[in-house]
Ligand binder design. Structure first.
Ligand SMILES: [Zn+2]
Ligand SMILES: [Zn+2]
Ligand SMILES: [Zn+2]
Length: 142
């Protein structure tokens, strides 16, 4: 939690009980959630909280690297906690069965990049690799 508080401070976002609760919820579950699911959880803790507050905070958290946006089933958007908060280049993989999320910093895109640039005549500036799979736990249970 401390490193996330540091990021909030660095980005001039106040450390409020609500923000801490949201981040904690992600940390404890290590899964990706829709804004709606976060809202359901937060409503139990804070009586008066609107969905728009949730949206706003999730967007902010994504911008400063605390959360990552995940495209899940039916093009719905989810958010998951980002453990590699040092801004180092990395990617995410999610389990489509239990919604677990994890980071990894292996990246082998350079070779492919040159080939794609050749074919498309584009100068590639950034890339996002996002993997979906089945984690070991879910594989075992199946
Ligand atoms: Zn990450
Ligand atoms: Zn799983
Ligand atoms: Zn990469």
């Amino acid at each position: 939690m401390e490193k996330y508080k540091k990021i909030l401070r660095k980005n001039k976002l106040k450390i409020t009980p609500k923000r801490v609760s949201i981040i904690n919820y992600f940390l404890q579950n290590n899964k990706y959630f829709t804004p709606h699911q976060i809202w359901e959880f937060m409503k139990k803790k804070f009586k008066k909280i609107g969905l728009s507050t949730i949206y706003r905070n999730l967007e902010k958290f994504e911008k400063i690297g605390i959360l990552t946006k995940v495209e899940g089933e039916e093009n719905r958007f989810y958010y998951g906690i980002c453990k590699k908060t040092n801004k180092k280049h990395h990617h995410h993989i999610i389990c489509i069965s239990c919604h677990k999320i994890r980071d990894f910093d292996l990246c082998n895109f350079e070779q492919l990049k040159k080939q794609i640039e050749k074919i498309t005549e584009f100068n590639i500036k950034e890339h996002h690799i996002f993997l979906k799979g089945i984690c070991l736990n879910c594989e075992r249970e199946a």
